[in-house]
Design a protein around this ligand. Structure first.
Ligand code: IPM
Ligand code: MN
Length: 377
């Protein structure tokens, strides 16, 4: 616990990023009313659009601020045509660059379905999964696997002959993300919706791949430190099916980077779509929090996208800061925000286009800010 305000570096980024971040700032403002603000937000430009305008992804002081900040809030990066000379997306520095540079080795993506949220499937809005059956957390490794910059092309006579990406699984990388998954499972109030059992499921393809066999061996070794938590295993292909069919079986799930990237988007369907999916990129010393949906260029400037993913990212950020600094005030603010989110969702959902509604991004932000004000501090 400390008296100085927490420094939060805010990177609105590209496309719809600034629109959802603006609503996030609104909600943080509402939470801070009635006392000295527990946090101070500083915005920094950067991303693909910034690159097109300036030739730089961001400024050196922004990179420095990210390193010094107590937490980072990121909107989204990526813009059509914004590509670095080496072919990477411009804005990479803000996402993949910070994951690597600040060693944010765990990507924690909760997947919880709140009452009042619908799923869009086959173009229709339905309630397929019962809200009390979807409450899991996917923990994705965030620094290695196919994302390791061990890749390249063999070009002969100006023609690409071969393109290679190398899948790297390290002992350190696997061990720490698996341990983080077990710690998260140990801290969860309830286990899996199906049976209340605290369980960690290891997602891999160890029937084929060596890196996955090593990941699973590491899983077993780390699991021994947590005898009260059930170990569970699934090949990633089967998991894709079971996740949709029996989401209630899952409590905490741990996966390597690329498989985790894919299954978290699939899981987002269960929680109402990408408009609700938030991710925490956390290491031992730094944390970056983001909505997972990306910059959605098609919707940019329309004040139309769902800002709830950003609100859930902020909830995670406050919880993480509160735990890290043993600051009960922040945990209480996170609880207060979650109650406001749950209450507004129960009362008509997000109302935004992705849920079949006509509410704008700022309407949704106004409603949540008002609900926050009505919640006891
Ligand atoms: C995510 C995104 C990123 C990733 C992209 C934007 C590089 O899809 O956070 O899931 O692949 O990790
Ligand atoms: Mn992704």
């Amino acid at each position: 616990m400390r008296s100085a305000a927490y420094e939060i570096a805010v990177f609105p980024g590209d496309g719809t990023g600034p629109e959802v971040v603006r609503e996030g700032e609104k909600v943080l403002g509402a939470l801070a009313e009635g006392g000295p603000s527990p946090w101070r937000l500083t915005r920094f430009p950067g991303g693909g659009q910034y690159f097109l305008a300036t030739g730089r992804e961001w400024e050196p002081e922004a990179a420095e601020a990210a390193r010094r900040a107590d937490a980072i809030l990121l909107g989204a990066v990526g813009w059509p045509g914004a590509t670095l000379p080496n072919g990477d997306i411009a804005g990479r520095a803000l996402v993949l660059g910070l994951r690597e540079g600040l060693d944010l080795y765990a990507n924690v993506r909760p997947c919880k379905l709140y009452p009042g949220v619908k799923h869009r499937i086959s173009g229709e809005y339905r309630s397929v999964w019962a809200p009390d059956r979807v409450d899991l957390v996917i923990v994705r490794e965030n620094t290695e696997d196919l994302y390791t910059p061990a890749r390249g092309r063999l070009t002969r006579g100006g023609e690409t002959e071969v393109a290679i990406d190398t899948r790297i699984i390290t002992r350190k990388g696997a061990e720490r993300v698996i341990r983080r998954a077990f710690q998260i499972a140990a801290a969860r109030a309830r286990g899996a919706p199906e049976d209340g059992v605290h369980r960690v499921t290891c997602i891999d393809k160890s029937n084929v791949m060596e890196g996955c066999r090593f990941f699973r061996e590491t899983f077993d070794r780390v699991a021994a430190e947590f005898p009260s938590i059930e170990r569970d295993y699934a090949y990633v292909d089967a998991f894709a099916q079971w996740l949709v069919r029996n989401p209630e079986h899952y409590d905490v799930v741990v996966a390597t980077n690329m498989m985790g990237d894919i299954v978290t988007d699939l899981a987002a369907v269960l929680q109402g779509g990408m408009g609700f999916a938030a991710g925490a990129n956390v290491g031992d010393a730094h944390g970056m929090f983001e909505p997972v949906h990306g910059s959605a260029p098609k919707y940019a400037g329309k004040n139309q996208v769902n800002p709830y993913a950003t609100f859930f990212a902020i909830e995670q950020m406050l919880r993480w800061l509160g735990a890290r600094h043993r600051d009960e005030r922040l945990v209480r603010q996170a609880d207060r925000l979650e109650r406001a989110l749950a209450a507004t969702l129960a009362d008509g959902g997000s109302g935004t286009y992705d849920q079949g509604g006509t509410a704008t991004t700022s309407d949704a932000g106004d409603r949540v800010a008002a609900a926050v004000r009505g919640e006891p501090r």
